[in-house]
Design a protein around this ligand. Structure first.
Ligand code: 6PG
Length: 478
């Protein structure tokens, strides 16, 4: 046994993680169901470090020092269970199985419990950064036991992205905590991308700007508060010209956004936890809407001439661009605020003790949602771990206050002009809902009591009450 850690599943993510490990001086056992991938990895990249290839899972396990650490990098769901089932009989007490795929956290909790009963550690680990991140330094979010992290931490921290000398890896918490925060990371990723897409659409509609010109606007935005990986690659994608047609690349791509499920899981979990992640939900539903071409075509035909659109009049280009930038910034703050709320709620519900400041720290680099303002999120939670919402942290409160007039103008323009901006609009409505002193929820309580005797609480007395609506209309304690 000579390898310090193993990777089974050598599709692009597994392959790049294995190479990253080898490049950092770890002796890596490598295995894949079809051995060609294993051989090609060693043939093409064998000079990057020490790979210990095996054709069978038994040889692979035998090549690992104890306690063994095995990274499983296969498709989430059934394929992951299949590999774990094959692996477990070959392992011994104290060994560690690490799932670096995008697993659902409930599956991770189940697997962790099952393996713990057999004396094994199971570490569900969120890994973000795509193919390039896996190779050059991802953001790593391991769950599982403290004991497992003591062995894995130094290895993971060595291969993670580094920001100001701090590795983008921290032990998130026990059980499924790592995969839970990775799921919410992806939910925020959905919201971020939808907001970017809406900003692009508004700029194009209002200014008649070309994709390349809008790419330049994004590139410019990337030097300010909005600086982030997604804004940077937006400039790149918008400026890209299609080889075949010479048209803007975005104009030759089918306009149906796909998803593999993590955004949907985030919304499902938020419904269970009762956390209003409205921006993330709108982003997820906007992808669903885009994916119904027949409905879209029918509605397009039916309403082509009945838009009710108010002509928008002359436009001050610079002012409009700045309004969109601020609306994007404020909506983005809402998306992160909602995501962090969900993480807090999940952590409380499942008893994980997730530290939001530590999480913001490891999202500063490596991951898809890395952004300059994560430094500010870290500061906000560092100075007040019980912050009721990120929106009221001084830095963000000021940012929102400076942006709110622009935000309203943009949502107003979108509504008037018939440009769909669901994430902008719902983020603004969320902000207004949160800051309002009285909500019409009081009326909903009255209606519930009226038709279903569901009772209500009063602002001026303890306890619950009910009115005999169909009788004497007197109030009595419930
Ligand atoms: C990451 C990404 C990664 C994956 C997305 C794509 O953090 O590196 O989130 O995990 O590329 O989940 O998800 P969709 O296919 O659902 O858009």
């Amino acid at each position: 046994a000579t390898a310090q850690i193993g990777v089974t599943g050598l599709a692009v993510m597994g392959r790049n993680l294995a190479r990253n490990l080898a490049r950092h001086g770890h002796r890596v056992a490598v295995h894949n169901r079809s051995p060609e991938r294993t051989h090609s990895l060693v043939a093409e990249h064998g000079d990057e470090g020490t790979f210990v290839p095996s054709e069978s899972l038994a040889d692979f396990v035998a090549s690992l020092e104890r306690p063994r650490a095995v990274i499983v990098m296969v498709k989430a769901g059934g394929p992951t269970d299949a590999v774990i089932d094959e692996l477990v009989p070959l392992l011994e007490a104290g060994d560690i199985v690490i799932d670096c795929g995008n697993a659902h956290f409930a599956d991770t909790q189940r697997r962790e419990t099952a393996l713990r009963e057999r004396g094994l550690h199971f570490v569900g680990t969120g890994v973000s950064g795509g193919e390039e991140g896996a190779l050059l330094g991802p953001s790593i979010m391991p769950g599982g036991s403290e004991e497992a992290y003591r062995k894995l931490g130094p290895i993971f921290e060595s291969i993670a992205a580094q920001v100001d000398g701090v590795p983008c890896c921290v032990h998130i918490g026990p059980g499924g905590a790592g995969h839970f925060v990775k799921m919410v990371h992806n939910g925020i990723e959905y919201a971020d991308m939808q907001l970017i897409a809406e900003a692009y659409d508004l700029l194009r509609e209002r200014l008649g700007a070309t994709p390349a010109e809008i790419g330049d606007i994004f590139a410019e935005w990337n030097s300010g508060d909005l600086e982030s990986f997604l804004i940077e690659i937006t400039a790149d994608v918008l400026r890209h010209v299609d080889d075949r047609t010479g048209k803007a690349f975005v104009d030759v791509v089918e306009d149906q956004a796909e998803q593999k499920g993590t955004g949907r899981w985030t919304v499902q979990s938020a419904l269970d936890l009762g956390v209003p992640i409205t921006g993330i939900a709108e982003a997820t539903f906007a992808r669903s809407l885009s994916g119904h071409p027949e409905q879209r075509a029918a509605a397009h035909r039916a309403f082509a001439d009945t838009t009710g659109v108010t002509p928008a009049g002359d436009v001050d280009r610079d002012a409009f661009v700045e309004d969109v930038r601020r609306a994007l910034y404020a909506s983005k703050i809402v998306a992160y605020a909602q995501g962090f709320d969900q993480i807090k709620a999940g952590s409380e519900e499942y008893g994980w003790g997730v530290d939001p400041a530590a999480l913001a720290t490891i999202w500063r680099g490596g991951c898809i949602i890395r952004a300059r303002f994560l430094n500010r999120i870290r500061e906000a939670y560092d100075s007040d771990p019980d912050l009721p919402t990120l929106l009221v942290a001084p830095y963000f409160a000021e940012g929102v206050a400076q942006s709110v007039a622009s935000w309203r103008r943009i949502v107003g323009y979108a509504t008037q002009a018939g440009v769909p901006a669901p994430a902008f609009a719902s983020s603004l409505a969320y902000f207004d809902g949160l800051r309002r002193d009285r909500l019409p929820a009081a009326l909903i309580q009255g209606l519930r009591d009226n038709f279903g005797a569901h009772t209500y609480r009063r602002v001026d007395a303890e306890g619950s009450f009910h009115i005999q609506w169909a009788g004497d209309r007197k109030e009595s304690p419930a």
